[in-house]
Design a protein around this ligand. Structure first.
Ligand SMILES: Cc1cc2nc3c(=O)[nH]c(=O)nc-3n(C[C@H](O)[C@H](O)[C@H](O)COP(=O)(O)O)c2cc1C
Length: 182
């Protein structure tokens, strides 16, 4: 079956999905799910998210210069969905979804307590790309709750991080497989 090119990303699934938390210049917090996200460099540590121009997340990242990737466990899927609703700017989706704001270590943007882990970033640069704006951030702090680490490695089977397919369809990733051979 041929897929419409505008929806190509459906078969680029499941995609890493995070709640990005930000704060505006008046200190009002915001959180929204994003699945157009990817690491882009490990030295220096850089990642990016792609946002359409109207997103409050983008406005806040421009205003205050930082943001946090919050890694979401399966149990928070419905709350993530609540955070995707179009609340007015200045309304905290963290509160609306019944989540808990937590002070970040190195950035002004808050983190979300209930999440698996947090990647704190400072905005490095942005670049227009089609109908989205790519925001590249430098990772200044990364942390995972101990309960989701096993022998120094991320325990995906326990964390079951939420990954997006399209619309309301997600995958809770949990089965680790190992490549054989050299
Ligand atoms: C699972 C999921 C992934 C999403 N990924 C993106 C994305 O990568 N980029 C984007 O601009 N919007 C994305 N959205 C839409 C935004 O989350 C949504 O429009 C939200 O209300 C934006 O909030 P904000 O204006 O507070 O930033 C996604 C929505 C969902 C449910």
């Amino acid at each position: 079956m041929e897929i419409a090119t505008s929806g190509f990303y459906e078969i680029l699934s499941p995609r890493c999905t995070v709640l990005i938390s930000t704060v505006d210049k008046d200190g009002k917090a915001n959180a929204a799910p994003f699945s157009f996200v990817t690491p882009v460099s490990s030295d220096p540590p850089l990642l990016l998210f792609a946002a359409t121009p109207a997103r409050h997340t983008l406005a806040n990242a421009r205003e205050t210069g930082d943001f946090v990737f919050n890694i979401v466990p399966e149990e928070l899927l419905d709350k993530l969905w609540t955070c995707s609703k179009a609340f007015p700017k200045g309304v905290s989706e963290i509160e609306e979804a019944g989540l808990t704001q937590r002070k970040s270590k190195h950035v002004r943007a808050p983190s979300i307590e209930e999440c698996i882990g947090w990647i704190e970033c400072q905005v490095e640069f942005e670049k227009e790309a089609g109908d989205h704006i790519l925001v590249v951030g430098r990772v200044v702090h990364a942390e995972c709750k101990d309960e989701y680490m096993k022998e120094g490695q991320f325990n995906v089977s326990k964390a079951k991080p939420v990954m997006h397919i399209r619309g309301r369809r997600f995958v809770a990733a949990e089965r680790i497989v190992h490549a054989k051979g050299d």
